[in-house]
Design a protein around this ligand. Structure first.
Ligand code: PXP
Length: 238
């Protein structure tokens, strides 16, 4: 079965809307794990707009499945990650003006820097995932950097307006997944996935795991987090 990792950033976003303690993303992580999630994802952004340093440290203590710390490859965040020691880091591009992560990481052309970053994490036993567009040039660069995992950006697929656009993007995802898996990378996928658009992605056999945040938390608002996680897991099982 394809594994489900739950991104809890939006719980922290809601907390920040009032600047208090509720809702606590750490509670959400525990509930998601109890409902069967295979991992917890959070993005420590440079501007700390949702998840903060306290959350990441508590999550490290509390998460018993797998903690995936999403982050930009900037020195201040790298230092925190090396100190907290999540199970893996997912390196993403970051832009202060964006609402959410826009586009994949430019790995091609930045191999030297990203190889050094990956080595620093590997020295601490932290696995490294790079979040890229489903593009052969980027996948080949990910392989050269010595990453363990490639997370394929499904945002273009999720935003497709027509069936033809969605199918074209699915085919790019399939080709990228094959290239990455042949080189020995673990292949995961995420961004914009929901209960309606997830099924076709699951037909790509190389994809081992999906990372889902926004749509799952929207659903949780109406049916509860436990039920929302279970619904996604049921779809992955089917
Ligand atoms: N994967 C990565 C690398 C992301 O940056 C995000 C968004 O934080 C997700 C997955 C989850 O995307 P969504 O919130 O649209 O499900």
């Amino acid at each position: 079965m394809i594994r489900l990792c739950v991104n809890i950033d939006h719980v922290a976003t809601l907390r920040e809307a009032r600047g208090g303690m509720d809702p606590d993303p750490v509670h959400a992580a525990v509930l998601a794990e109890l409902a069967g999630a295979s991992g917890i994802v959070c993005h420590l952004r440079e501007d700390r707009r949702h998840v903060n340093d306290r959350d990441v440290r508590l999550l490290r203590d509390v998460v018993s499945t797998k903690l995936d710390l999403e982050m930009a490859a900037i020195d201040s965040i790298i230092a925190i990650a090396l100190d907290v020691v999540p199970d893996l880091v997912t390196i993403v591009p970051e832009n202060r003006a964006e609402l959410t992560t826009e586009g994949g990481l430019a790995v091609h052309g930045n191999e030297n820097r990203l190889t050094d970053v990956a080595s620093a994490f590997h020295a601490k036993g932290i696995a490294v995932s790079l979040f890229v567009e489903p593009d052969a040039q980027q996948i080949e660069a990910v392989i050269r950097c010595g990453a363990d995992i490639v997370e394929l950006h499904t945002g273009t697929y999720a935003n497709a307006r027509t069936r033809a656009e969605a199918e074209a993007e699915l085919s790019r995802l399939q080709t990228a997944a094959e290239l990455a898996a042949e080189a020995g990378l673990v292949v995961t996928a995420g961004h914009g996935l929901d209960l309606r658009n997830l099924r076709p992605v699951l037909s790509i056999p190389q994809i081992e795991e999906v990372s889902i945040g926004h749509a799952l938390m929207c659903r949780a608002m109406f049916v509860g987090l436990d039920m929302a996680v279970r619904e996604y897991i049921q779809l992955l099982r089917d």
